[in-house]
Design a protein around this ligand. Structure first.
Ligand SMILES: *Cc1c(COP(=O)(O)O)cnc(C)c1O
Length: 448
């Protein structure tokens, strides 16, 4: 009998329990396409007819998103390529709750329309009592764009030459600001800017004075910059881009500016990111005097920059909830990290895996606190294992340094050490097989 006649029909294959579950997760058309492709392979004899359902299953992803959860073993707390801040369990629960129909703009008591995101704004205002009003937009860049558009389009933004920074990925704040139709009035030099420089530039064309925290580099030596309190004596509104999103001083990072201190020093408006040191979802925070913030909130552009209900939910939970994973990683006790690294390395070594505990140096990341090093601890493995670990399930991203792959434990909760260990075991097993194959191949080559 022609084996191709025994190829199961599409409906029969789709009745397979795993594939039926996949239809729920991925949609019928995608799963059906995978089945049709597997049937075609069976028809050519590439796979057995009995293997159609399994082959279709193998070709389908676990989830409808291709974004994969990754173990951040880099030691960099806010890794831009890994999505910056990790949300707390509370924030994740909040965004799940908000994912369906939700009362984001409805007062359930009266049945009337209510102010969008009111509880999130209240939480932000409560966290920074020095702000007369607050608003939230899509990200830090959007906060700056809204401020520049509403307060300085067609006019001048007075800014120090030492603060015209590139944020990353080729995006430069001066270009961003000028894209709004505001003109930059650069004052001072790269290393030194004085209050007199600002004063000389301020006039009828001034929209505002901008102070940008140079968050991803440091200038040392013969330098001078003007602090917010001094800028506040000038006859112009002062906007301060603090970048990191610290709402109050963080003793561990004395050089990082925070919103409360900037406002108390006299800033009219502070802009910041939500997914850096604040430890929340991507968002742009605007905190300042009530009239200024209200002007921004009412500007037509505000609608184009507004955040969705998921962001509002996660931000509220970040502001009101337990310590964020960002704060936990930042404050992790290095002696505890060392203990975890030795335990994990010893366990792996006892299984014949070439692992060793090693000191490591992490950082804040996310373009923040460039001079700050966070002493840490890692499990060191052969550098050649880095690619295999990234390709694993879950993918593990470490750092290759001095010829070794370092898996830094600072950004991993302790309850993931077992998961990390299993990921290493999987790669070690594959490496051992490859070595045997290579050895066998070499032996064959010798005998022939
Ligand atoms: C990160 C950063 C930005 C950009 O914020 P996003 O949230 O990434 O848009 C702007 N200014 C400073 C000083 C920053 O550190």
């Amino acid at each position: 009998m022609d084996p191709r006649r025994s190829i199961p029909r599409t409906d029969a294959v789709l009745a397979d329990p795993w594939l039926a579950g996949a239809v729920e997760r991925l949609g019928r058309s995608r799963v059906k396409a995978a089945v049709v492709e597997a049937q075609a392979r069976a028809r050519t004899g590439e796979i057995a007819p009995d293997d159609v359902a399994a082959a279709a299953a193998r070709s389908l992803p676990q989830r409808a998103t291709s974004l994969r959860p990754v173990l951040n073993a880099t030691g960099v707390v806010l890794h831009t390529n890994l999505g910056r801040a990790v949300l707390s369990a509370a924030a994740i629960e909040a965004l799940q709750a908000a994912a369906g129909a939700t009362d984001v703009e409805l007062d359930l008591a009266t049945g009337r329309r209510a102010r969008r995101g009111r509880a999130t704004m209240a939480a932000l205002a409560a966290a920074v009592p020095d702000a007369g009003a607050v608003h939230v937009v899509n990200n830090g860049a959007a906060a700056l764009v809204l401020a520049a558009t509403a307060l300085a389009a067609g006019r001048e933004i007075v800014v120090s030459r030492g603060e015209l920074v590139e944020i990353g990925d080729g995006f430069r704040l001066p270009d961003l600001l000028e894209s709004t139709g505001a003109r930059l009035r650069e004052v001072g030099t790269t290393n030194r800017t004085t209050l007199a420089d600002y004063r000389a530039a301020i006039g009828p064309e001034t929209g505002f004075v901008l102070k940008v925290h140079p968050s991803n580099f440091v200038v040392t030596g013969f330098t001078a910059a003007v602090d917010v309190a001094a800028l506040a004596t000038l006859d112009a509104p002062v906007v301060v881009d603090i970048g990191s999103g610290l709402l109050a001083p963080e003793p561990l990072l004395p050089a990082e500016p925070d919103a409360a201190t900037a406002l108390r020093a006299g800033a009219d408006l502070v802009t910041a990111s939500g997914d850096k040191l604040l430890g929340g979802p991507q968002a742009g925070l605007l905190l300042g005097t009530a009239p200024l913030v209200e002007r921004l909130r009412r500007h037509p552009l505000a609608r184009a920059l507004r955040v969705d209900k998921l962001t509002l939910a996660a931000l509220e939970a970040t502001l009101t909830g337990p310590a964020t994973p960002t704060a936990t990683a930042l404050h992790a006790d290095v002696s505890v990290l060392r203990e975890r690294a030795s335990t994990l390395a010893a366990t792996l070594r006892a299984e014949g895996i070439p692992a060793a505990a090693a000191p490591s140096v992490g950082g804040v990341g996310g373009g923040g606190a460039p001079g700050v090093v966070l002493p840490s601890a890692a499990v060191a493995l052969p550098a050649a294992w880095a690619a295999a670990l990234r390709a694993g399930d879950p993918p593990v991203v470490g750092r290759v340094e001095r010829g070794a792959l370092l898996l830094d434990l600072r950004c991993l909760p302790a309850d993931l050490d077992d998961v990390l260990g299993d990921a290493v075991r999987a790669v070690a097993a594959r490496e051992a097989t490859t070595r045997e194959d290579t050895a066998a191949g070499a032996a064959d080559a010798c005998t022939s």
